[in-house]
Design a protein around this ligand. Structure first.
Ligand code: ZN
Length: 497
């Protein structure tokens, strides 16, 4: 058996474990009764232990390392598979096992402590955990790579090819162009007919509308499933099993509508990956940033457009006749694109969202580059909120304690959210040149847009890097100017004209 065949055989075994663990995690997050958890976590820890042993077995390591020496004899796709496998292997293999176990325990604990600290608005409670996690992160990066820039390694983990230098250029644009623009928009805001936003929308009717949306976006139910969960997410094992969840909030109907469209973006991407990648480690989307570009493209570029609601508003109005009485299409369109200075990232509108990410990026950068003390983080956070969004943070749960990411050690993750929106804008200006984009939305032909995205982006899975995809689709490397232009055009139109 050749090394490559051995690699494929071990990988297939790993995929079998991943399927079982994946189905169990889907079940845990959607339907499993709460008392089932102690038993199942004990059983599942056996399965994940087996999976881990396979992933770190001498045979597997030897095969990968030997294949790294023979890259020239492999085709492009095989080379990509091996390089990806090597990278995942290094992430666990170069760290001493005892420290790996210790770290996993720490983040497990930290997540629970963070929840409690957030609930009690007590940063001091979370502080020692955050300090330890940061120390570990710095140390673990150095095991993997001899570098003066640990943050670069983390950024690359979440978005292959991205560096501080590239993000600095991006966020510099966000800061100089958008901070003053947001203030200009907020100053221009007048009285709005938007009381309908927080009326009561019964859950069963919301569900009916979300099911209608699945059809509008041509989500394939033979390869998918819709359920409810506390936090909406998309889940998949391969291109023929891609599921999504939503949450229905009776006093905030937009949450379920736009979370559904967002997750549909992730899900349609996964359903449209070429099935030839199903058995490889290239089966999923190219990166966090490219994935987020698709979900935000569907959610914001399509889902919050006037053209979209010019076709679907009647259906929504018929579903909620009392709630939307006397609300015109114009009122509705402005309502779903309302700009507000707000504390919470996940509730932020499309325009102020990148400023929330800017704050997190600058703080993470300072943690890893300038060794800023954890003691000083809350104040630093609040100072930046004042500077960029002009609001005074009143409590840690509205500030530094709001996001789960750091408690799980996910540093370098946040910037991909803003990057995704920026990729989406760059893709938008290309798609407009190649398709009658607005007309297709108005004619309820999103299927045609799906087909374009499939051919240009989705079908490749992660066989191409994010940089290669952006270059291939738009004809140029990532360029943040499109994002600034997109936001300025959209919000000038909505508020300043
Ligand atoms: Zn997303």
């Amino acid at each position: 058996m050749s090394d490559f065949e051995t690699f494929k055989e071990i990988q297939k075994q790993m995929k079998a474990y991943q399927l079982v663990l994946g189905i169990a995690s889907w079940d845990s997050n959607t339907e499993a009764p709460k008392d089932a958890f102690p038993y199942r976590s004990e059983m599942l820890s056996i399965i994940s232990g087996e999976h881990f042993s396979l992933m770190t077995s001498e045979k597997y390591k030897k095969t990968i390392n030997s294949l790294m020496e023979q890259l020239d004899d492999l085709n492009n796709q095989q080379q990509r598979e091996i390089k990806k496998a090597k990278k995942s292997l290094d992430k666990i293999d170069k760290i001493p096992k005892s420290e790996y176990v210790e770290y996993s325990r720490l983040v497990n604990m930290a997540q629970r402590v963070w929840e409690e600290a957030k609930e009690k608005d007590d940063f001091e409670k979370f502080k020692p955990y955050l300090e330890k996690i940061i120390k570990y992160q710095k140390k673990m990066v150095r095991y993997r790579e001899d570098t003066d820039n640990p943050y670069n390694v983390l950024l690359d983990d979440f978005e292959e090819g991205m560096t501080m230098e590239k993000y600095d250029a991006f966020f510099d644009k966000v800061k100089t162009e958008l901070v003053p623009f947001v203030q200009e928009i907020l100053a221009a805001k007048g009285e709005e007919n938007d009381a309908f936003i927080h009326k009561k929308y019964p859950k069963d009717k919301q569900k009916m509308f979300v099911e209608y949306l699945l059809d509008v976006f041509d989500y394939n139910l033979d390869r998918g499933l819709l359920k409810e969960s506390v936090h909406p997410f998309t889940w998949n094992t391969h291109s023929k099993d891609v599921r999504l969840t939503v949450r229905y909030m009776e006093n905030f109907v937009f949450s379920s509508i736009f979370a559904a469209i967002h997750e549909l973006g992730h899900a349609i991407y996964e359903q449209q990956v070429d099935e030839m990648f199903d058995m490889t480690n290239l089966k999923s989307g190219a990166s966090m940033g490219i994935h987020e570009s698709q979900s935000r493209f569907y959610e914001n570029v399509i889902g919050r457009s006037y053209e979209f609601w010019s076709v679907h508003y009647t259906k929504l109005k018929n579903t909620f006749p009392d709630q939307l009485k006397n609300v015109s299409l114009d009122d509705f369109h402005r309502g779903i694109n309302r700009v507000e200075e707000s504390f919470i990232r996940v509730e932020a509108d499309e325009l102020t969202y990148p400023l929330h990410i800017l704050i997190r990026y600058e703080i993470e950068r300072a943690i890893f580059n300038d060794d800023v003390s954890v003691d000083d983080l809350p104040e630093l956070w609040n100072k930046k909120m004042k500077e960029y969004l002009n609001i005074d943070v009143d409590k840690p749960s509205n500030g530094i304690l709001q996001d789960v990411h750091w408690s799980g050690g996910a540093f370098g993750y946040f910037p991909t959210y803003a990057l995704g929106s920026a990729y989406a804008a760059q893709i938008y200006y290309t798609i407009k040149e190649e398709l009658d984009f607005e007309e297709l939305i108005e004619q309820d032909k999103i299927k045609k847009i799906n087909e374009w995205l499939k051919e240009k982006i989705h079908c490749f899975g992660s066989s191409l890097t994010p940089e290669e995809i952006i270059k291939k689709v738009t004809g140029e490397p990532f360029n943040p100017d499109y994002y600034i232009r997109y936001l300025k055009e959209k919000y000038t139109d909505l508020y300043l004209n």
